[in-house]
Design a protein around this ligand. Structure first.
Ligand SMILES: CC(C)(COP(=O)(O)OP(=O)(O)OC[C@H]1O[C@@H](n2cnc3c(N)ncnc32)[C@H](O)[C@@H]1O)[C@@H](O)C(=O)NCCC(=O)NCCS
Ligand SMILES: Nc1ncnc2c1ncn2[C@@H]1O[C@H](COP(=O)(O)OP(=O)(O)OP(=O)(O)O)[C@@H](O)[C@H]1O
Length: 198
């Protein structure tokens, strides 16, 4: 049984790599999905987030948090990002740990935690191995802007800069997947790594 902590900057290719690992039989714990769930309407984080950021972060029919509005606020203001992190991270960490235990009990052999903030949240400590998906900042920016059509270059850069630099992340890496070239090249690296762990 191996717990892999898969990390990398925004749009570095984590989802692309986890999709390949899933095809091979790994189970995936997606931190972004958990973050959305713990902040959905009526959940404790929903109330805490609204309490601090106010109703203006709601969408027009007030049925949900407008993630674009919230992103605009927190990625332009370090202190506010820290408040959001302080509200959400303990809950995300708790849920990820719960899922890891559940999968272990179910006898799953390879468990992957897909989290951009794996190291920042200390979740690397519950992983047997840390894998870093590496993409240079210009590639990250290019792919992020192609994926999120309505994000401005300034917003994209702010989000990239709000994260731990790749060079720092690499210090924690047991394995590195270079995702600067084609998906085919990335797949070859993942295939090789899979044979080593399975
Ligand atoms: C700010 C929010 C509303 C923006 O939502 P949006 O739908 O635009 O983005 P999404 O949640 O899909 O995240 C996309 C990527 O943004 C980056 N990102 C998200 N949160 C953060 C953060 N707190 N700090 C730095 N980067 C972040 C990550 O690379 C992530 O993969 C949302 O990201 C959020 O609630 N973040 C706080 C929770 C968190 O830390 N999530 C990441 C867990 S690893
Ligand atoms: N090697 C590649 N060549 C071309 N495009 C790629 C490659 N790898 C990923 N992409 C594309 O780049 C974008 C970002 O990749 P992906 O969504 O896998 O990154 P991520 O790290 O999971 O992002 P996030 O931090 O937002 O969760 C996607 O649109 C994806 O299809």
């Amino acid at each position: 049984m191996t717990v892999i902590g898969l990390t990398g900057g925004i749009a570095s290719g984590k989802s692309t790599v986890t999709a390949l690992l899933k095809e091979k039989g790994a189970v995936i714990i997606d931190a972004d999905k958990i973050a959305r769930e713990i902040m959905s309407k009526g959940e404790p984080a929903w109330f805490e987030v609204l309490n601090y950021f106010g109703d203006e972060i709601l969408n027009d029919d007030r049925s949900d948090i407008d993630r674009k509005k919230l992103a605009h606020i927190v990625f332009s203001d370090k202190a506010k990002l820290e408040v959001l992190n302080n509200i959400t991270h303990p809950k995300i960490i708790e849920e990820i740990k719960r899922q890891v235990e559940e999968y272990k009990k179910a006898g799953k052999k390879i468990i992957v935690i897909d989290a951009a903030l794996l190291i920042e949240t200390g979740l690397d400590k519950i992983a047997d191995e840390v894998w870093v998906v590496a993409a240079n900042e210009d590639i990250q920016l290019q792919r992020l802007m192609a994926r999120e059509k309505d994000i401005t270059k300034d917003e994209a850069l702010k989000r990239i800069k709000s994260q731990m630099p790749l060079a720092e992340k690499l210090k924690f890496a047991d394995r590195v997947i270079d995702n600067n070239s084609s998906i085919e090249e990335t797949k070859k690296q993942v295939d090789k790594m899979w044979t080593k762990i399975s």
